[in-house]
Design a protein around this ligand. Sequence first.
Ligand SMILES: Cc1cc2nc3c(=O)[nH]c(=O)nc-3n(C[C@H](O)[C@H](O)[C@H](O)COP(=O)(O)OP(=O)(O)OC[C@H]3O[C@@H](n4cnc5c(N)ncnc54)[C@H](O)[C@@H]3O)c2cc1C
Length: 440
Amino acid sequence: MSSPVSGNLWRNWSGLASATAHRVAAPRSAQDVVQAVDRARASGLGVKMAGSGHSFTDIAAPEHTLLRPEELSGVVEIDRAAMTVTALAGTPLKELNLSLERLGLSLHNMGDIAEQTLAGATSTGTHGTGGVAAGLSAQLAGLEMVTGTGELLRATPEENPDVLDIARVGLGALGILTSLTFRVEPLFVLEAHEEPMGWDEALARHDEVVAAAHHVDMYWFPHTDRTMVKQNVRTTLEPGEQQPPGRLAAWWEDEFLSNTVFGGLVKALDRAPRAVPAVNQVTGRALSERTYSDLAHRVFVTPRRVVFREMEYAVPREVGLDVLRECRRVIDAHDWRISFPVEVRTARPDDVPLSTAHGRETLYLAFHTAAGTDHTDYFAGIEPILRAAGGRPHWGKLHTMTAADLAGVYDRWEDFRAMRERLDPDRVFANPYLRRVLGD
Ligand SMILES: Cc1cc2nc3c(=O)[nH]c(=O)nc-3n(C[C@H](O)[C@H](O)[C@H](O)COP(=O)(O)OP(=O)(O)OC[C@H]3O[C@@H](n4cnc5c(N)ncnc54)[C@H](O)[C@@H]3O)c2cc1C
C-alpha cells in the first residue's frame, strides 16, 4: 500500500488535502489502539486513524495524533459455516481479495480500485455498482472498535447490534475500527462486456441493460455523444475456466490507453483546453468493444494511475437519468473543458443508516477533473443540480454540504448523532471535516 504518511505529514492521493500530525504511531494490536485513545482523552487532543489516503477530502486529516494502518493488517478468522471472513481494519482491500482468492472465496461486490484499507473504504460508504449490495458496508457482518471512551467493543447481530447497525458507515467519527467481518461467497467468475454506445441509445436502454447484467458501469465522454458501457455478468464458469484478456490486449486497453495515453493527453490538454472536445471524440472512439471473463475481483478493479479529483452524488434512481441529462445541458452551456468521463453506476437500497444508498434505489453520478486542473467552477456548476434532486454526497469525495444540509437527506441522521454522542462524547475523533458534516 502506498502510504499517505511521510514522517509527520499526512497527504491524500489526489494531493488536495494535507495536515501535519504532532505525533504518529503505528498500532500493532487493539490494545495499542486503546492506549492511543486513552492518551488522547487524557490530554484533550484528538486522534485519527488514516487509511490509504484515497478520500479526496480531508476526512482523515489528523489534528494531533495520527495512527498509521500498516501494522493492523491481515486475515484473522475464516468461518466457512457462517461464510464470513474477519480481517484487521488496516488490511488493504487488494490483500483481502488475494487472501479470499486463495481460500476459494470472494466479496460480493466492490468499487473500481482495491488500494483502500477495509476500515477506510467502509467508513466512507465505498461502493461498486449493481449486485444485491453495491456498498462494502452492506456486506459487513460484524466489527470491532475502540470507542472514544477507550472501550474495546465488539458489534455483531447478537452483540451490540445497534452499534453494528450504525457504525458500518461511521465516517471515522464513532471509534477506531480494529477488525471487520465480511459476509463472503464462493469465488466466482464474471464475464465483462465493454461496449461503446451513443448517448441516446445508452440512456434509452439503461434500465434494460441494468436489469440484464449484474453490474453496469457507464462512462459518458463530455462534449461528445459517446459513452462506454461495461456490463459484468455472473457466469457458470468455474474459477480456472475464465478467459481473461491476453496480456497484450490487457496492457493495451487498461494500461496503455487508459493510463499512459490518457495521462499524457490529460497533461497536454491542461495546456491546450480548447482541444478537449476533439480529443474526447477520439478517446471515446479508441476504446473498442471487448468481452472477457475473469475472477470477480479482477473484473471489478481497474488500474488508476492518472491522478484526479472527484465529486460523486447518489441521487434517487427514478430521477437519475433526468439529472444526468440536466448535468449534460449545463456542461454543454458552459465553456468548461472536461477531459475525464462522467461515471454512472447503480445501487439497490441498503439498510446502513449513513450509506448513500440507504433506503432507496440509487443512481451514482461521478464527475472528475485531472489532479492539476481547477475543479471549482465545474463542480460548483453541477453540484446544485445534484443537491436539488435530493442527492447525497459520497463521504470521501468532494462536496460542500454541511450538517444542516445532510440532516435533510438521511432519515436516520439523528440516530447517527445519538450514537456519536454515546461512543465519542468528548469528540476525540473530531477534525475539521467532521465538524462541517456532523456539526459540533
Ligand atoms: C482512484 C480512486 C478510485 C476510487 N474508486 C471508488 C469507487 O469505485 N467507489 C467508491 O465508493 N469510492 C471510490 N473511491 C473513494 C475511496 O474508496 C474512499 O474515499 C475510501 O474512504 C478510501 O479509503 P482509504 O483507506 O484510503 O481511507 P482514508 O481516505 O485514508 O480514510 C477515510 C476515512 O476512514 C477513516 N478510517 C481509516 N481507518 C480507520 C479505522 N481503523 N477506524 C476508523 N476509521 C478509520 C479515516 O479516519 C477517514 O475518516 C476512490 C478513490 C480513488 C482515489
